[in-house]
Design a protein around this ligand. Structure first.
Ligand SMILES: [Zn+2]
Length: 365
């Protein structure tokens, strides 16, 4: 094969992925709109679209004509053309979801895990969940398995380092163990990054500089900076829960004193816990010039109004808050599936060849 042949083939793949992404993000587009959005010529679009329809990836939907003239045809992703699996491996439970090609949850299964469970038990629990969800479907249509797990971990190799609060977990090759167990391609990421990815995946248009704050058995943030997930050079950015609020405060399981996480978890009421979280988040806004904060995780789900109000109050009190430093504060609408959905979306993003940030270099625009 010639060099140019390789490049042309690569270009073709790239163009197919670009068209699918544009259609997915818009929720459906006509051929004309597709050419406008993708920057490809109408000729190129009309050449590639029939291939995507023949491959079963796109549906043609007939829309009512506007006034006189031909009825309009809209191209939409066929949701059932492919599936993705996503899992959250938490410190006390595992949840696995099956999503369609648009990332909508088709089925979900959850199992409790005992405190301090060893790696083999976590792998077995995810494996059982995968078996259950794949029972009635064609496995060749499943693109792979994404896993959001407790860090620190290396996203590039799928190796979990010394997971906080989990002494049995030390340099565990989680990705390879799950590939061996399930037979699927596996992507492993921090639970916080998966949660952030779940929110970015839904966005059509520019993403503001965002911290998705996951308040669960631990506290961490996933960072969307420059429109992309920022993982950092060792893929462990976002350890916000272990920043110091009180240098002579109580000892945290991480070894330090007075971390946001330990103070939050020892707080006497949800109001106090949320207030401490807000004080820490005001610092994070200052460091990263954040435009948006999204609160997620089980503690927030248990008391969403308390968290939203207390964090908003702290941001207003702690930040200089001139007219140019407004922060949009939201409670995540993705509910308890947020990490598993994001992990599945990471698998889908590989299929759509959407850009993901895997290193520490500044995001390319
Ligand atoms: Zn700590």
């Amino acid at each position: 094969m010639t060099e140019s042949g390789v490049n042309l083939r690569g270009l073709r793949q790239h163009n197919r992925a670009m068209l699918l992404t544009a259609i997915r993000r818009a929720g459906g587009l006509s051929r004309v709109e597709l050419a406008g959005r993708s920057g490809l010529t109408q000729q190129a679009v009309s050449k590639i679209v029939p291939e995507l329809i023949a491959a079963g990836l796109l549906d043609e939907q007939q829309l009512p004509a506007a006034g006189v003239g031909k009825p309009r045809i809209r191209l939409a992703i066929r949701p059932e053309a492919r599936y993705a699996l996503g899992a959250q491996l938490d410190r006390d439970e595992v949840q696995v979801v099956l999503t369609d090609l648009l990332g909508a949850v088709v089925a979900v299964t959850t199992a409790a895990l005992p405190p301090g469970f060893p790696p083999a038990e976590g792998v077995a629990a995810i494996g059982l969940g995968v078996d259950r969800l794949c029972a009635g479907i064609d496995k060749t249509r499943v693109l792979g398995l994404g896993v959001g797990a407790t860090g620190p971990l290396d996203h590039r190799t799928g190796m979990v380092r010394d997971a906080t609060h989990q002494p049995a977990w030390h340099d565990v090759p989680l990705r390879d163990l799950l590939t061996a167990r399930t037979g699927f391609d596996v992507v492993v990421d921090k639970d916080t990054n998966a949660a952030a990815f779940a929110h970015q995946w839904q966005t059509d248009g520019p993403t503001p500089a965002t911290a998705v704050v996951l308040v669960g058995t631990g506290i961490g943030v996933g960072l969307l900076i420059g429109g992309r997930l920022y993982r950092g050079p060792r893929t462990n950015a976002g350890e916000f829960g272990h920043t110091t609020l009180s240098y002579d405060g109580p000892r945290c399981p991480c070894g330090r004193r007075g971390c946001v996480e330990v103070l939050h978890n020892l707080a006497k009421s949800p109001e106090e816990a949320a207030r401490l979280l807000g004080i820490g988040l005001a610092d994070l806004v200052q460091v990263l010039d954040l435009e948006r904060i999204v609160l997620a995780g089980r503690a927030v789900r248990a008391a969403p109004t308390i968290y939203a109000e207390a964090v908003a109050a702290q941001l207003a009190e702690q930040l200089p808050a001139p007219h140019w430093q407004r922060i949009r504060l939201d409670v995540s609408e993705l509910g308890e599936d947020v990490v598993a959905i994001g992990a599945a979306a990471e698998v889908l993003s590989v299929f759509y060849a959407e850009p993901q940030m895997t290193g520490g270099s500044p995001p390319a625009q």
